[in-house]
Design a protein around this ligand. Structure first.
Ligand code: C2O
Length: 311
């Protein structure tokens, strides 16, 4: 069986990395009801963050402002929404029936679906707060050249979309390094960064993500240890963009560079909108299936006895 959702009445203290200020990440306990998807009358269109207009920015900023103004005790508040990420990613829950195994939504096939639902409810809350059921989150289109820097709407220090715990040397117009790792700290982007990024995307999405297991990550089933293995998209660009955005002078690259703090930066939700979009982009083509060698398999040679059996 797949790994079960947690028993929400049993939320414990999260494990914080060294240097972090511990906080309580547990949501208030309430009864869990089955969610029924409302019928869709109009599709919400998520726009690329670098191309939105002033009207959109004002609306989104207002929505985040209202969310931040909710009391911390409100499950819809900005703080509690960020803490959801902490609770499910820093060991606040055990796997039901396995008290020695913590529940972890990263580094497995749970990664994409967990974050899709997380963003869905976050977007619905924002829409509700501004009375616009069609409100859609912006996505950070960093896999395309015009989007390959921190989107301007998040870099305005007077905006509720701003977060001061970000890497100072990665402010716009610095080109993002989609394959960023700790070895790249302080290294300025090269003049070929844009094309390097495009190759990184091709490598992660196509060359290395050839089958569902490679792309989505390893299965995570009842009784399994957490973190069975990340898919190609989770490792790069997902993890690398987190690290690139966070402040390298903080103990754990806060905010974006660590699970417990990542969702305290509003840009988290645009980063994840893009990851979610890249998931929806994956298709397989009939033409790629014509040569089984491309899929990595052949059949052992055997006789074909019917070849000469024309009736
Ligand atoms: Cu739950 Cu981008 O991490």
């Amino acid at each position: 069986d797949p790994v079960a959702p947690p028993d929400v009445t049993k939320c414990g203290p999260a494990d914080f990395p060294p240097g972090a200020i511990p906080s309580d990440c547990c949501p208030p306990v309430s009864t869990v009801k089955d969610y029924k998807l409302p019928s869709v009358s109009k599709l919400r269109v998520r726009p690329p963050a670098h191309a939105v207009d002033e009207e959109y920015i004002a609306k989104y900023s207002r929505a985040i402002e209202l969310m931040k103004a909710l009391p911390d005790s409100d499950p819809r508040s900005f703080t509690q929404q960020a803490d959801v990420h902490c609770a499910y990613c820093n060991g606040s829950y055990d796997q039901v029936g396995f008290p020695n195994l913590e529940l972890q939504v990263h580094t497995s096939w749970l990664f994409l679906p967990f974050h899709r639902w997380y963003l869905y409810f976050y977007e619905r809350i924002l829409g509700k707060l501004i009375g616009d059921p069609n409100f859609a989150l912006p996505f950070w289109d960093y896999d395309s050249p015009p989007g390959m820097q921190l989107p301007a709407l998040f870099a305005n220090v007077d905006s509720p979309l701003y977060d001061k715990l970000r890497e100072a040397t990665h402010q716009p117009p610095t080109i993002i390094d989609l394959d960023f790792s700790t070895a790249d700290i302080g290294v300025p982007p090269s003049s070929s960064q844009v094309s390097t990024n495009l190759c990184t995307m091709y490598r992660q999405m196509i060359s290395c993500g050839k089958n569902p297991r490679l792309f989505y990550g390893e299965p995570y089933r009842e009784g399994d240890d957490p973190n069975p293995g990340a898919g190609t998209i989770e490792t790069v660009p997902h993890n690398s963009v987190h690290l690139w955005t966070g402040d390298s002078t903080q103990p754990n690259f806060e905010n974006m560079g660590n699970f417990y703090s990542a969702a305290r930066d509003p840009i988290f939700y645009s980063h994840h909108s893009n990851i979610d979009r890249l998931w929806s982009l994956v298709r397989v083509y009939v033409c790629d299936s014509l040569d089984t060698k491309k899929l990595g398999y052949v059949y052992q040679e055997v006789e074909i006895p019917w070849e000469k059996s024309k009736p």
